[in-house]
Design a protein around this ligand. Structure first.
Ligand SMILES: [Zn+2]
Length: 369
């Protein structure tokens, strides 16, 4: 048993993982005419992987290092089994033909290795489920260099920005310093002109792919407020995925109204705890709320969280989006707090209570079990 575990852990070493990925690369169909091939597809994909792992900022820089830097040349040989690396323009020509979705199998293989090596167990949370954080990330941006697949953004000053973004799904755990990348989906030009459209359309493809590849893995999907819309939440529910999604009053006004009504009707659970140092924290939550008027049958739970400043009890750190004027919801919250404490209702805009803000999922909705 011990030797079996040792073997499993060896698979999770850098050389072991690169071997697993390379094996998947070798299964991708090479659409080039076989007679003219000098650099194989697995070799070129491995070289691209090395470029990222060696943190080279560009193909050209990697090209130069892989032909001149003896340490890199040695590592390419030892870790990636590469005697020779294609030039940056050759690499572009070869890799442009590979569909990004073909690389999905490599992520799946790494995930299986992590599972066999018992690493996945360290990430289990809430009855053996897994927190899957999904968010968009930028890979490239330029006002000068572009390609036909670039997304395009026109700035107010007339400047045209060309960029590439990807939606990335990563298994996270509050006690783990590392994360386990699970899947990715490029946001492509045809996904739309607005950031929201782009992420939403890419998210549709990503969720479907995750559902197909990990149908039996119980996920709790973590997402920002862009995901707090009916079609996306219904897709999550349809795939049997639980979720915790950050919301903002500007995008989910009706939820905040319903929450306030529930509070007034004593149908919300609320707790505020004061610590000896004068600081405090509190939360309010309610269950089974309609997402919005268009999706009354999509039911969610909602939680709000706030903190009270240690040195200034009048300074309430509210669970709002960053840097904007106190909105109706904040006034309501202060009115609610004041009515509980039988204190006069302060006007948050007049400097009575100062409002500061926090980020990171302070207001969230989650799936109704
Ligand atoms: Zn491009």
């Amino acid at each position: 048993m011990a030797s079996q575990l040792a073997t499993l852990r060896k698979d999770l070493s850098a050389p072991g993982l690169i071997r697993v990925v390379r094996e998947q690369f070798s299964r991708i169909t090479d659409t080039r005419r076989q007679g003219s091939i000098r650099f194989t597809l697995p070799d070129t994909l491995c070289a691209a992987l090395a470029m990222f792992q060696f943190k080279r900022p560009s193909l050209l820089q990697f090209d130069e290092a892989s032909h001149g830097d003896q340490t890199i040349i040695g590592n390419l040989r030892r870790l990636y089994w590469l005697d020779e690396v294609a030039s940056d323009s050759q690499m572009r020509d070869i890799l442009d033909l590979v569909k990004p979705s073909e690389l999905r199998k490599a992520f799946r293989a790494i995930h299986s290795s992590a599972q066999r090596g018992k690493v996945l167990e360290d990430f289990a949370i809430f009855d053996n489920r897994y927190l899957l954080s999904i968010d968009g990330t930028g890979l490239y941006s330029s006002t000068k260099v572009k390609c036909p697949q670039c997304s395009v953004k026109k700035h107010r000053n007339g400047e045209i920005e060309h960029y590439h973004q990807s939606l990335v799904a990563v298994i996270v755990h509050p006690d783990q310093k590392t994360v386990l990348p699970l899947d990715f989906e490029p946001i492509v030009k045809s996904d739309g002109d607005k950031k929201n459209d782009c992420e939403r359309n890419a998210a549709k493809r990503l969720l479907l792919a995750i559902h197909q590849l990990y149908a039996n893995r119980p996920f709790i999907v973590l997402e920002d407020a862009l995901a707090a819309n009916g079609p996306h939440i219904q897709a999550l529910m349809g795939y049997g995925m639980d979720f915790i999604i950050n919301i903002k009053p500007v995008g989910n006004a009706s939820l905040f109204e319903v929450m306030h009504e529930r509070f007034l009707l004593n149908q919300a659970t609320e707790e505020e705890q004061r610590l000896v140092d004068g600081s405090g924290r509190g939360y309010r939550f309610a269950t089974d709320l309609p997402l919005n008027a268009s999706h009354p049958d999509t039911r969610v739970n909602m939680i709000e969280y706030w903190e009270v400043d240690q040195n200034d009890p009048e300074k309430v750190t509210l669970n709002m989006e960053l840097d904007h004027q106190p909105g109706d919801h904040q006034r309501e919250r202060l009115r609610d707090r004041a009515s509980r404490q039988n204190a006069p209702v302060p006007d948050p805009t007049s400097g009575g209570r100062r409002l500061v803000t926090v980020a990171a999922y302070p207001i969230a909705i989650w799936s109704v079990p």
